[in-house]
Ligand binder design. Structure first.
Ligand code: MN
Length: 305
């Protein structure tokens, strides 16, 4: 008699349970969801998501679920866990700003915070840029630019509109993060960071899918966390630098056009876009806004009224 235990995702578990529904036995042991006996094989599903096959043909029976098992395993592969004491390590952090704003560029920054500089960053008040006011961000960014190595990549709207049809937002971000990190690694060489942490904007599998399209993909010691700035000051610093650059771009745009250019993608953006369309048409708007946003159409409709 042999025993095979497989671990499956919720979907497959449901399928297995349904497949043996007509062979069910009254369940007995704790933590079991179901027990069934088909021919010589006893199948037990556990609350943990494990399914045990016991009996002379256990292997054959379990193998029926093998394809879907490996599929599920691939999908649910847990992201690599951060090394211990992560916040104390020398880390490259990477973050982007502007992705959700109709006006302004997409700015990506990778910043290197070595162990030795961490106390100073903390003392300066470096934290998630979302918790800081715009004036605080500008002030902190100025200090950071001379304090730590960084690479900032800014895709202005004109360029963004050119490449957006071929590069969806995720692919664009993957390319930019990878490039910023690669350039920064070159800058700080021969020093190597203990780790690289990207403020996560897409599932890890998706990141790697697009990374395959890059000529020089960086994968070594690469980690992803949502709210990455909570795990290391390098990500917080990167978010502050990219945010300050984004604010500067909006300021510059306001100066050029003679009226205030808002961030975000709300009704205010529609109104300002209508104003720009009136002034110089779609060609002018393309220099300041990400045209594929719904705001463009809304602005055109405002003009027709
Ligand atoms: Mn982010």
């Amino acid at each position: 008699m042999s025993t095979v235990v497989i671990k499956v995702g919720n979907d497959t578990f449901q399928k297995i349970q349904a497949a043996y529904a007509s062979y069910r036995l009254p369940k007995s042991a704790p933590y079991t969801v179901f027990t069934a006996k088909k021919n010589s094989v006893t199948i037990t599903g556990y609350t943990s998501g494990k399914v045990m096959f016991q009996g002379t043909t256990a292997e054959t029976e379990a193998a029926k679920w093998q394809t879907s098992v490996s599929d599920v395993a691939k999908k649910t592969t847990k992201a690599a866990k951060l090394p211990a004491d992560f916040q104390k390590l020398s880390v490259i952090g990477s973050d982007e700003v502007g992705n959700g704003s109709y006006f302004g560029p997409l700015s990506v920054c990778a910043a290197y915070a070595a162990k030795a500089v961490l106390p100073e960053l903390k003392a300066l008040g470096v934290k998630d840029s979302k918790l800081l006011t715009d004036p605080q961000i500008r002030k902190l960014a100025k200090k950071l630019l001379t304090l730590i190595p960084y690479r900032l990549l800014v895709v202005a709207p004109a360029k963004y509109n050119q490449i957006q049809p071929q590069y969806n937002a995720v692919r664009m971000k993957v390319a930019l993060h990878n490039q910023a990190i690669r350039l920064l690694l070159d800058d700080i060489a021969p020093i190597k960071p203990d780790a690289i942490l990207i403020d996560q904007f897409t599932p890890e599998t998706n990141y790697y899918k697009y990374l395959k399209l890059e000529k020089q993909p960086i994968t070594e010691k690469l980690y992803f966390e949502t709210k990455g700035e909570q795990y290391h000051l390098a990500v917080a610093a990167a978010s502050i630098i990219s945010r300050a650059s984004f604010l500067d771009s909006l300021d510059q745009a306001s100066k050029e056009l003679g009226f205030a250019i808002p961030s975000g993608a709300g009704a205010k953006s529609d109104q300002v876009a209508a104003k720009i369309l009136q002034k110089g048409g779609r060609n002018l708007l393309a220099n300041y806004a990400k045209l594929h946003f719904a705001n463009t159409e809304k602005a055109q409709r405002l003009l027709q009224k």
